[in-house]
Design a protein around this ligand. Structure first.
Ligand code: MTE
Length: 301
């Protein structure tokens, strides 16, 4: 499938998997994979980034089904059974039903996407995801013309997810996108990181990545996708509508009610590393600003 997305981040921007890949192997891997590498144009140097580790991508996480601590997902996510796995796709689609993960994987074109990732708590990372465009999966299910929104839900298995015993959120965690956001070529289902299967704490076997939105829209371990006519209620919006809107686009000019969103701390830079300015739409303005033309983004936050 021909994709319109163009990558403007390179391996120099990636939070590296220093623990078990050295630079030469990374470059060899890129050459083998035919990835345009833009080496030498180090955006990381421009942004003052220090290299991070695979360790940081996989041990500093938000996954409330395993607890609210950043270390809880890495500690407890081993309990999640991710194989076999299937995803229910229903609502306004021509082919509703249960899609086995193995069938999805064999039907999809998986590629690597190096994306900035910005959490509402003002930390960020750069992560090399492997995945496929959500649009490809939705097209497989056949989106009907009345569909305007996509709601997606992760697994809720009380025996495997200790965090759902707490009432920190109304389970299951529900998030949603407008259909055009869901069909945008930047929106991917990630199934891997650094070319390896995605670890449970990062959302195995399949999690959404919507790089121009705050991280909580990128829901993990998805089991159900529903196409709807109406905007779906979302967990964080239900929990605190003043702080978390439906859109949740990264926007340095719209503060979270309790803190500024104008800058961020790149994970791994250390406590005293300078905060870096947050970019409009997390740096993807050119690709996505047109989706919101004419909308007041302080109203639709
Ligand atoms: N998905 C599920 N199922 N449960 C969660 O608690 N947390 C979200 C999002 N997806 C969350 C989730 C939040 S708040 C963030 S910032 C990102 O996952 C964190 O992704 P990461 O841990 O891979 O960096």
């Amino acid at each position: 499938m021909a994709h319109r997305w163009k990558n403007n981040l390179t391996w120099d921007d990636v939070t590296p998997e220093a623990a078990f890949l050295n630079r030469r192997q990374i470059i060899a891997g890129m050459a083998a994979g035919g990835i345009a590498a833009g080496l030498g144009q180090s955006a990381s140097a421009a942004e003052g980034l220090e290299p991070n580790t695979w360790e940081e991508i996989t041990t500093y996480n938000n996954f409330y089904e395993f607890g609210t601590g950043k270390g809880d997902p890495a500690k407890y996510a081993g309990s999640l059974t991710t194989d076999p796995w299937s995803v229910e796709i229903d609502g306004l689609v021509d082919n509703p039903g249960s899609y086995a993960m193995s069938d999805i994987i064999s039907a999809m074109t998986t590629e690597e996407r190096i994306y900035r990732f910005r959490c509402v708590e003002a930390w960020s990372m750069v992560i090399p995801w492997n995945g496929f465009e959500l649009a490809d999966l939705l097209n497989m299910a056949g989106v009907q013309s009345g569909a305007k929104y996509v709601a997606y839900l992760p697994a809720v298995r009380c025996d495997e997810l200790p965090g759902v015993a707490s009432n920190v959120l109304d389970w299951p965690y529900v998030e949603g996108l407008r259909l055009d956001e869901a069909m945008h070529p930047l929106t991917i289902m990630a199934t891997g990181i650094y070319g390896k299967p995605i670890p449970n704490q990062n959302g195995a076997p399949m999690r959404l990545v919507v790089p121009w939105k705050y991280g909580f829209k990128s829901i993990k371990s998805i089991v159900r996708i529903t196409l709807t006519e109406d905007e779906p209620p979302t967990s964080w919006n239900k929990a605190n509508g003043k702080e978390y809107g439906f859109y949740s686009n990264v926007n340095p000019t719209v503060d979270h009610p309790r803190w500024s969103q104008a800058s961020e701390r790149r994970v791994g830079g250390g406590l005293f590393s300078p905060r870096i300015p947050t970019l409009m739409f997390n740096g993807y303005e050119e690709e996505v600003a047109s989706l919101y033309e004419g909308m007041d983004l302080s109203e639709f936050y």
